[in-house]
Ligand binder design. Structure first.
Ligand code: PLP
Length: 370
């Protein structure tokens, strides 16, 4: 039986044609396509500025550089991909970890409130799996305390908070276009902002701090996006809504199939957010299900179904963070519980209905649910 993959990067004929066209043109860098990619994303998100970059990590790094957070603290989620926190360290600031709400796996505003100190200059919510964080509470804490908001929207292009796209609500939104993302350029990313100063600074820093060719004003980096990357991403922008709807359909079918299994908590979508299901992530309650998360994953793999754990450790319990900051277990209980119990199932747009049925039936068989 064919293996059901956890991700299936989008490549169609239009992508192939455009990539070939770029390769044949020999205009591989600093051409028209990166600019078109930026303009079309700005239009999609309704923001004034988009700056394309080499990765989502670069987007976060340059957002923090542009806001000049050096020597200060930034509060972020304990339950995220380590890049969210690493970028704070690159900008010579200190990440402070807030716990999550188990319901959406996103940063808990009450925990943020507790962890904002006198040294804090910014909050970095992460819109994990493609569902918005509680942006009204986060923006109001930021306003009250005079803090910047840098949104880590790496996993969440197209997700909304009320009427706005995530990544457009704070001072800067940072997106990843890594191969498995809902819109990808193999590797890549971008920042979105309404602030012309921030956009200018980010675009200078992505190219060695040069204001114009060979006039360097600051210490910058090589975080540029290539024309080939833009050629892969561009055709996906106009298909993004369709691709998101396919993910949402798949998520609905999985929800329906897994409904009523005691010990499996399916993802929820709050009425104030559109979930774009970059990941469809369940939580396993082993005492009710009669099997652990890791055993379930192993048995699914035996049946040809890939799964993934996002993420097996809260960031502060990563060996590097323990070594550097001396963090201990118990700091963010919900993040620790989530890291032991979450499991992402395939939800990508190219899944067929029969494959979703196969996933559901395999889980039911494994846990003995009829
Ligand atoms: C939440 C989160 N933040 C940041 C990143 C970094 O993005 P990139 O891999 O494009 O550097 C990722 C990437 O997977 C992510 O999931």
């Amino acid at each position: 039986m064919e293996r059901i993959k956890i991700a299936d990067p989008f490549i169609d004929e239009e992508v192939e044609q455009l990539v070939l066209q770029v390769l044949r043109s020999k205009r591989l860098v600093s051409g028209a396509l990166v600019e078109r990619f930026e303009n079309e994303l700005a239009r999609y998100l309704s923001v004034k500025h988009v700056v394309a970059l080499s990765s989502g990590t670069a987007a976060l790094h340059l957002a923090f550089e542009a806001l000049n957070v050096e020597g200060k603290e930034v509060v972020t989620s304990a339950f995220t991909f380590p890049a969210s926190a690493n970028a704070i360290l690159y900008a010579r600031a200190k990440p402070v970890f807030a716990d999550i709400e188990l319901e959406t796996y996103n940063i808990d505003p009450a925990s943020v409130e507790e962890r904002v100190s006198e040294e804090c200059v910014a909050i970095e919510p992460v819109h994990l799996y493609g569902h918005s964080a509680k942006m009204d509470d986060i923006l109001s804490i930021a306003k009250r305390k005079g803090l910047f908001v840098v949104e880590d929207a790496a996993q969440a292009i197209g997700s909304t908070f009320r009427q706005s796209y995530v990544g457009t609500l704070g001072n800067v939104g940072c997106f990843s276009t890594y191969a498995t993302k809902n819109l990808h350029t193999i590797e890549g990313g971008f920042v979105a902002t309404q602030d012309a100063q921030i956009a200018k600074k980010v675009s200078m820093l992505r190219n060695h701090g040069q204001e114009s060719k060979y006039t360097q004003l600051e210490l910058g980096y090589n975080y540029r996006m290539t024309e080939v990357q833009a050629a892969i991403g561009l055709p996906q922008i106009k298909r993004l809504e369709e691709l998101i709807e396919l993910r949402r359909r798949n998520a609905r079918l999985l929800n329906e199939g897994l409904e009523g299994i005691d010990g499996i908590v399916t993802p929820i979508e709050k009425k104030w957010s559109r979930h774009v299901y970059h990941q469809y992530t369940i939580r396993v309650e082993p005492e009710k299900l009669g099997i652990t998360r890791d055993k379930l994953a192993a048995k699914l793999l035996e049946k040809g179904i890939e799964t993934s754990v996002h993420y097996p450790l809260p960031v502060y319990l990563q060996p590097y963070y323990v070594k550097r900051f001396g963090y201990k277990k118990g700091m963010c209980p919900n993040s620790e519980l989530a890291s032991q119990s979450v499991l992402s199932l395939p939800v990508h747009p190219s899944l067929k209905q029969e494959e979703i049925e196969r996933i559901v039936n395999a889980i039911k068989e494994i846990v003995g649910h009829h």
